[in-house]
Design a protein around this ligand. Structure first.
Ligand code: SF4
Ligand code: SF4
Length: 228
């Protein structure tokens, strides 16, 4: 899932300067799970903003809404009656949600309330770790399902580097070298021969932006050269 963290309160209040009303919009999916922008976080931020504006002698009309997913137009259309009542929208979704809200409601300023960090996993209560950097050329078949792009700070597709010491990473000696983990995983699954395989160079042409993928079944409906 996409992992994000709420922006510092000061940054949020600065971005709202000059507005006398704001609709805070949460997202019920990734950012709700990582405790950054779900319904609960919308309520907390709303209360903080209300106190802040009252203490500053300012009137700020605050609205709250949370949709199931901000990266889906179907759910954003639920807001069509609410958005026009506010001077700004503060989205607590990932950057995709912020942009999509702005696309849907181009006459209203849409501001981000969170910083989108990475694609990661729920490792423990309140702990998320990066697991994928969307290289669009997944190497996990070669590496025992340990991602070399995210687990190795140098993103080495063929490792380890010469800095590994006692199985630990030279960049962060508190962490195991990703290539040690790859070695152990391949060994445990009886595929250690695989460690000799040389991964092809990463094709950065596969990660040019803006990326676009059309499902085969829908290619006629959305031709590759159609503008967004
Ligand atoms: S190799 Fe790593 S970064 Fe690339 S797609 Fe696979 S998991 Fe994601
Ligand atoms: S020690 Fe291992 S994880 Fe650290 S940078 Fe070198 S190859 Fe990557």
């Amino acid at each position: 899932m996409i992992i994000a963290g709420r922006k510092p309160f000061k940054e949020i209040t600065e971005s709202l300067e000059g507005f006398d009303s704001v609709l805070i919009v949460g997202c019920g999916t990734c950012v709700a799970i990582c405790l950054a922008g779900g319904e609960k976080e919308v309520g907390i931020l709303s209360a903080q903003l209300a106190i802040f504006s009252e203490m500053g002698g300012r009137t700020l009309n605050i609205g709250e809404a949370t949709v199931e997913r901000q990266c889906d137009k179907e759910f954003l259309s639920e807001l069509r009656r609410k958005v026009p009542d506010y001077g700004a929208v503060l989205s607590l979704a990932c950057g995709v949600g912020v942009q999509f809200l702005s696309d849907m409601y181009p006459d209203t300023p849409v501001l981000p309330g969170v910083n989108t960090a990475f694609i990661g996993a729920n490792d423990d209560v309140g702990l998320w770790t990066e697991r994928c950097r969307m290289c669009n050329q997944c190497y996990l078949a070669l590496t025992g399902a340990v991602c070399p792009v995210t687990m190795c700070p140098k993103g080495l597709l063929n490792g380890p580097c010469s800095g590994m010491r006692g199985g630990m990473c030279e960049v962060d000696p508190a962490k195991p070298c990703a290539w040690r983990l790859i070695y152990e995983r391949l060994e445990n699954t009886g595929r250690l021969d695989q460690i000799k395989a040389i991964a092809p160079p990463q094709s950065h042409g596969l990660t040019t932006t803006p990326a676009r993928i059309a499902h085969k079944a829908y290619e006629r409906r959305t031709p590759a050269n159609e503008s967004l």
